[in-house]
Ligand binder design. Structure first.
Ligand SMILES: [Zn+2]
Length: 172
Protein backbone atom coordinates (compact mmCIF):
# COMPACT_ATOMS: atom_id res chain seq x y z
CA UNK A 1 0.00 0.00 0.00
CA UNK A 2 1.23 3.43 -0.90
CA UNK A 3 0.85 6.24 1.64
CA UNK A 4 -0.10 9.37 -0.23
CA UNK A 5 -0.46 11.76 2.65
CA UNK A 6 0.80 11.49 6.20
CA UNK A 7 0.23 14.76 8.06
CA UNK A 8 0.92 13.21 11.46
CA UNK A 9 4.51 12.64 10.45
CA UNK A 10 5.38 16.31 10.07
CA UNK A 11 4.10 17.19 13.53
CA UNK A 12 5.97 14.16 14.87
CA UNK A 13 9.20 15.38 13.32
CA UNK A 14 8.59 18.98 14.32
CA UNK A 15 7.99 18.19 17.99
CA UNK A 16 10.74 15.61 18.24
CA UNK A 17 8.40 12.67 18.56
CA UNK A 18 6.42 14.22 21.43
CA UNK A 19 2.84 15.30 21.12
CA UNK A 20 2.50 19.10 21.33
CA UNK A 21 0.67 21.00 24.14
CA UNK A 22 -1.67 19.79 26.85
CA UNK A 23 -0.25 19.07 30.24
CA UNK A 24 -2.37 17.35 32.87
CA UNK A 25 -5.35 16.82 30.55
CA UNK A 26 -6.31 20.50 30.62
CA UNK A 27 -8.26 21.72 27.57
CA UNK A 28 -6.20 24.44 25.84
CA UNK A 29 -9.39 26.30 24.82
CA UNK A 30 -11.46 26.03 28.01
CA UNK A 31 -8.50 27.07 30.14
CA UNK A 32 -8.31 30.35 28.18
CA UNK A 33 -12.06 31.02 28.16
CA UNK A 34 -12.27 30.56 31.93
CA UNK A 35 -9.78 33.37 32.53
CA UNK A 36 -11.12 36.93 32.64
CA UNK A 37 -11.47 39.03 29.49
CA UNK A 38 -8.48 41.09 30.65
CA UNK A 39 -6.38 38.12 29.44
CA UNK A 40 -7.99 37.98 25.99
CA UNK A 41 -5.16 39.80 24.19
CA UNK A 42 -2.54 37.50 25.66
CA UNK A 43 -4.62 34.52 24.49
CA UNK A 44 -5.21 36.06 21.05
CA UNK A 45 -8.98 36.13 21.63
CA UNK A 46 -10.38 38.64 19.14
CA UNK A 47 -14.01 38.59 20.17
CA UNK A 48 -16.32 36.83 22.59
CA UNK A 49 -19.90 36.22 21.54
CA UNK A 50 -22.73 34.75 23.63
CA UNK A 51 -21.90 31.10 22.83
CA UNK A 52 -18.53 31.21 21.10
CA UNK A 53 -15.18 32.88 20.82
CA UNK A 54 -13.04 33.91 17.87
CA UNK A 55 -9.36 33.39 18.51
CA UNK A 56 -6.27 33.64 16.31
CA UNK A 57 -4.74 30.24 15.69
CA UNK A 58 -1.47 30.04 17.58
CA UNK A 59 -0.08 27.90 14.75
CA UNK A 60 -1.49 29.75 11.76
CA UNK A 61 -1.28 28.76 8.17
CA UNK A 62 -1.84 32.33 6.95
CA UNK A 63 -2.18 35.71 8.64
CA UNK A 64 -5.79 35.89 9.77
CA UNK A 65 -6.16 32.16 10.45
CA UNK A 66 -8.82 32.16 13.17
CA UNK A 67 -10.66 29.53 15.15
CA UNK A 68 -14.34 29.87 15.98
CA UNK A 69 -14.80 27.90 19.20
CA UNK A 70 -17.95 27.29 21.25
CA UNK A 71 -17.62 27.62 25.04
CA UNK A 72 -19.29 24.22 25.20
CA UNK A 73 -16.60 21.55 25.43
CA UNK A 74 -17.73 18.82 23.02
CA UNK A 75 -15.81 16.92 20.31
CA UNK A 76 -18.33 17.22 17.48
CA UNK A 77 -20.64 19.68 15.77
CA UNK A 78 -23.75 17.54 16.24
CA UNK A 79 -23.25 17.52 20.03
CA UNK A 80 -23.77 21.27 20.31
CA UNK A 81 -27.25 22.61 20.95
CA UNK A 82 -28.99 24.07 17.95
CA UNK A 83 -28.78 27.58 19.42
CA UNK A 84 -25.01 27.33 19.89
CA UNK A 85 -24.48 25.74 16.49
CA UNK A 86 -26.52 28.48 14.84
CA UNK A 87 -24.37 31.18 16.40
CA UNK A 88 -21.18 29.31 15.48
CA UNK A 89 -22.21 29.14 11.82
CA UNK A 90 -23.45 32.75 11.75
CA UNK A 91 -20.17 34.01 13.24
CA UNK A 92 -18.16 31.88 10.80
CA UNK A 93 -20.18 33.13 7.86
CA UNK A 94 -19.71 36.75 8.90
CA UNK A 95 -15.95 36.23 9.15
CA UNK A 96 -15.81 34.88 5.60
CA UNK A 97 -17.53 38.07 4.41
CA UNK A 98 -15.23 40.28 6.49
CA UNK A 99 -12.14 38.53 5.12
CA UNK A 100 -13.17 39.02 1.53
CA UNK A 101 -13.49 42.75 2.21
CA UNK A 102 -10.44 43.10 4.46
CA UNK A 103 -7.83 41.00 2.69
CA UNK A 104 -9.16 41.02 -0.86
CA UNK A 105 -8.04 37.39 -0.77
CA UNK A 106 -8.27 35.04 -3.74
CA UNK A 107 -10.22 32.52 -1.68
CA UNK A 108 -11.05 31.21 1.78
CA UNK A 109 -10.97 27.94 3.64
CA UNK A 110 -13.48 27.16 6.31
CA UNK A 111 -13.09 23.78 7.92
CA UNK A 112 -13.67 21.49 10.84
CA UNK A 113 -11.57 18.47 11.78
CA UNK A 114 -13.56 15.82 13.62
CA UNK A 115 -11.97 12.95 15.49
CA UNK A 116 -8.40 11.90 16.18
CA UNK A 117 -7.74 10.73 12.62
CA UNK A 118 -8.71 14.06 11.07
CA UNK A 119 -5.44 15.87 11.74
CA UNK A 120 -6.98 18.28 14.25
CA UNK A 121 -4.76 19.27 17.15
CA UNK A 122 -7.55 19.61 19.77
CA UNK A 123 -10.08 16.92 18.76
CA UNK A 124 -11.80 16.96 22.18
CA UNK A 125 -13.11 20.52 21.75
CA UNK A 126 -14.62 21.11 18.34
CA UNK A 127 -13.79 24.33 16.50
CA UNK A 128 -13.99 25.78 13.00
CA UNK A 129 -11.01 27.13 11.12
CA UNK A 130 -11.38 30.13 8.83
CA UNK A 131 -8.47 31.42 6.82
CA UNK A 132 -7.88 33.64 3.84
CA UNK A 133 -6.17 32.03 0.86
CA UNK A 134 -4.04 33.49 -1.88
CA UNK A 135 -3.09 32.14 -5.25
CA UNK A 136 0.26 30.40 -4.88
CA UNK A 137 -0.03 29.19 -1.29
CA UNK A 138 -0.29 25.44 -0.64
CA UNK A 139 -3.18 22.97 -0.71
CA UNK A 140 -6.31 22.64 1.37
CA UNK A 141 -5.21 19.61 3.41
CA UNK A 142 -1.93 21.24 4.36
CA UNK A 143 -3.83 24.36 5.38
CA UNK A 144 -6.24 22.65 7.74
CA UNK A 145 -4.30 19.69 9.08
CA UNK A 146 -0.80 21.07 9.21
CA UNK A 147 1.25 24.14 9.94
CA UNK A 148 4.08 25.76 8.07
CA UNK A 149 6.75 28.31 8.93
CA UNK A 150 5.26 31.77 8.67
CA UNK A 151 6.74 35.19 8.18
CA UNK A 152 4.49 37.50 10.15
CA UNK A 153 4.27 38.49 13.78
CA UNK A 154 1.08 37.17 15.36
CA UNK A 155 0.65 40.05 17.83
CA UNK A 156 0.75 42.53 14.96
CA UNK A 157 -1.97 40.56 13.19
CA UNK A 158 -3.98 40.54 16.43
CA UNK A 159 -3.70 44.33 16.76
CA UNK A 160 -4.80 44.79 13.15
CA UNK A 161 -7.80 42.47 13.42
CA UNK A 162 -9.06 43.49 16.88
CA UNK A 163 -11.12 46.47 15.67
CA UNK A 164 -12.70 44.82 12.59
CA UNK A 165 -13.79 41.93 14.81
CA UNK A 166 -15.14 44.30 17.47
CA UNK A 167 -17.35 45.80 14.73
CA UNK A 168 -18.75 42.46 13.53
CA UNK A 169 -22.54 42.37 13.58
CA UNK A 170 -24.23 39.01 13.83
CA UNK A 171 -27.80 38.49 12.66
CA UNK A 172 -29.56 35.90 14.79
ZN1 LIG B 1 -12.53 22.60 26.07
Amino acid sequence: MKILYAPWRSSYVKFGGKKPKKESGECPFCSKFEKGTEHDAEHLILRRFKHCVVMLNLHPYNAGHVLVIPYMHVPALHLLTKEIRTELIEVTTTITKLYQELFACDGLNMGYNSGKASGGSVPEHMHIHVLPRFIGDTGFLAALANTKPISFEINTVYAQLKEPFAQLQIDY
